[in-house]
Design a protein around this ligand. Structure first.
Ligand code: XMP
Length: 319
């Protein structure tokens, strides 16, 4: 009879065995996976763990503050918060190819990590919140030839030169199991129930060139959308909901004037593991409300569309 309480005990034992008296660095992404991995490892080895939160300027609204206050403030887990937004956004200048974005971001995360690891000194282990679907999806696409659909930046991207061993206690788990484990570990519901967020962050929700200004526009639209979803009581019924900022300008009219601004696409899907997904069938009135608010409140957007594509044939993220 398998329970999360037992899984927790077994994993804690395994982590202690693997790590011994070594030091571990854990990258926090703001998402539930890395948070749960960090809590589990902290429970296993306490102060031998240091968390590193690399803020590349491609996070959602308020996310960095939340991570810092939860880990440093609430859990008292040693946490290094690195503001690397200039480094990331400079490097993303002129980059429009989705795989090039992913590779640059993955590599840069690792570079920043490596620097922090050196500063912390003597850490021989790197912890990651890799899940089972990450492991298989980055290897091949079910039912087809072995083709990489998207290179997930948190899997297998660890260069030899870092010379660190991986600690990945969630490798056998699906998302719903990670959430259950998070609850078991006392992680606040707001974190546990949070929609998944990809490592490359907002960069893969801004097709075309990513700039600080476009990230700011997207953050505002996205937070309005999520606020309306929460107000409507729909957040937990949805696997992932987010806004996408398209590299397309269209003509509109506001008051007496002509506008020429960006298009924002809204995505919302249901899923159990992210490997397949269905679109969430919002009421027309809900979508109109969100659209009106985004256009009225977000400078830079004058048109909102809803993405009606399931996975397959679409992927959940746009890049
Ligand atoms: P796709 O877009 O491939 O996404 O249908 C499936 C699930 O994976 C998330 N995703 C990522 N998660 N690193 C991550 O940690 C990544 O590089 C990455 N790319 C996509 C996506 O948000 C969805 O939940």
């Amino acid at each position: 009879d398998w329970t999360m309480a037992e899984f927790r005990k077994t994993k804690i034992e395994e982590i202690r065995q693997q790590v011994g008296s070594g030091r571990v660095i854990c990258g926090l992404s703001g998402g539930v996976d890395s948070a749960v991995a960090a809590l589990l490892i902290h429970e296993a080895i306490g102060e031998q763990l240091t968390c590193v939160f690399v803020d590349g300027g491609i996070l959602r609204q308020g996310e960095a503050e939340q991570v810092v206050s939860l880990f440093r403030g609430h859990y008292k887990i040693p946490l290094v918060h690195v503001d690397a937004s200039t480094l990331f956004l400079k490097g993303l200048e002129g980059v429009t190819d989705p795989e090039a974005k992913r590779k640059f971001i993955g590599k840069t995360f690792i570079d920043v990590f490596e620097d922090e690891a050196k500063k912390i000194g003597g850490a021989e282990f790197l912890a990651q919140g890799t899940l089972y679907p990450d492991v298989i999806e980055s290897v091949s696409f079910t039912g087809g030839p072995s083709v990489t659909i998207k290179s997930h930046h948190n899997v297998g991207g660890l260069p030899e030169r870092m010379n660190m061993k991986l600690v990945e206690p969630l490798r056998e788990l699906f998302k719903d199991e990670v959430r259950e484990l998070g609850r078991e570990l006392g992680l606040p519901e707001i974190f546990v129930g949070r929609h998944p967020f990809p490592g490359p962050g907002l960069a893969i929700r801004i097709p075309g060139e990513v700039t600080r200004e476009r990230c700011d526009i997207l953050r505002k639209a996205d937070s309005i959308y999520l606020e309306e979803i929460r107000n409507a009581g729909l957040y937990d019924a949805i696997w992932q909901a987010f806004a996408v900022l398209l590299p397309v300008k269209t003509v509109g009219v506001m008051g007496d004037g002509r506008t020429y601004d960006n298009v924002c696409a809204l995505r919302a899907v249901t899923s159990t593991d992210g490997m397949t997904a269905d679109i969430y069938p919002f009421d027309a009135s809900f979508l109109s409300r969100v659209s009106t608010r985004i256009i009225n409140e977000v400078k830079g957007i004058n048109r909102v569309v809803y993405d009606y594509t399931s996975k397959p044939p679409g992927t959940i993220e746009w890049e």
